[in-house]
Write a protein that binds this ligand. Sequence first.
Ligand SMILES: C[S@@+](CC[C@H](N)C(=O)[O-])C[C@H]1O[C@@H](n2cnc3c(N)ncnc32)[C@H](O)[C@@H]1O
Length: 327
Amino acid sequence: MDAFGAVIFARALTVGLRRGMFESLARRPLSLRDLSGETGLSTEGVRLLADACVAGGYLNYRKGMYSAGAEARKWLVRSSETYLGDLIFYFDSLNTRLGGLEYSLEHGKPREPYYASFTDRDWETYVRGMANLARLLMPEVTRRIRLPASGGRILDLGGSHGLYSLECCRKFPGCTAVVMDFAPALRCAGDIREKESGNRISFSPGDFLTAPLPAGQDAVFMFNILHGFDEETNRNLIARASGSLRRGGRLYILDQMTGTGRRSLLSRFIPLMVGLNLMNEIGGSAHSVPLIREWCADAATFRVMPLRFPGVTLIEATDWSSGVNSQ
Ligand SMILES: C[S@@+](CC[C@H](N)C(=O)[O-])C[C@H]1O[C@@H](n2cnc3c(N)ncnc32)[C@H](O)[C@@H]1O
């Protein structure tokens, strides 16, 4: 029944979002008839959908009227700071590629990586989904980032929407950042970029596995990157990233990691769902904290900071003994 609920309820939430059901019900309670009118769904269709959302804990039903519950207002209404609707649209888009999961698990990678067939629209869905999650995690993550008092230079590998860099530049007035990602991902960051007025963030299109990385960085971010690659690629990538740090600079890794010792069901489950999905998307996996520690063997200091969000961990690795640029 886990499987049944996962397949159907995910799509039901997506339809509810697409038809504006949660927005309508957050404005005011509605009867079934009015809800049918506002969503354009049949009366019987919207009844099933709304009742499923009542049973799922998102809507309330009282005296013939439906209304948005606290969970819907928190996660599914765009004006909420913790809105995750775009992330749900991204989850829904995984359906088209999950047909290949069996092949990917057999071969350790998909027939072709997701970005080989991505349209501009797919990129937008992806970047917006990631931005939802980043907004949620950002306060907790940026609170733990340590930069020089004067600001410092950040290299944000696979930084996509650029929100983490944007927030650091807001918090540290002298800070500058380079966000490196594939060109189509950076194009989608346009509306987010407009919020940055001081020109302290630059966007650098390129493949961070092969492109030269700028030297002398105070911090390199690798947020939700390692789960996209296999062991060897990550080992090399971490060596490249640490090589672009100045002496005393810090590498920050944010990911859904296994082996954190956290016991909640979600903390153990979510990294593995991410791993399965990433193997299917790009040949990635869910990596453990001890394995990442091994990849960072040249760092004398390795701090592991589990976040409140289930399954997500931030690592700070510093005092690199080799490959570190002293600029
Ligand atoms: C899961 S998203 C993470 C986005 C952002 N760092 C965050 O945490 O919200 C991974 C990002 O890495 C980018 N990426 C993956 N492989 C890359 C590569 N070889 N070169 C540049 N960017 C890459 C993807 O395009 C995507 O934007």
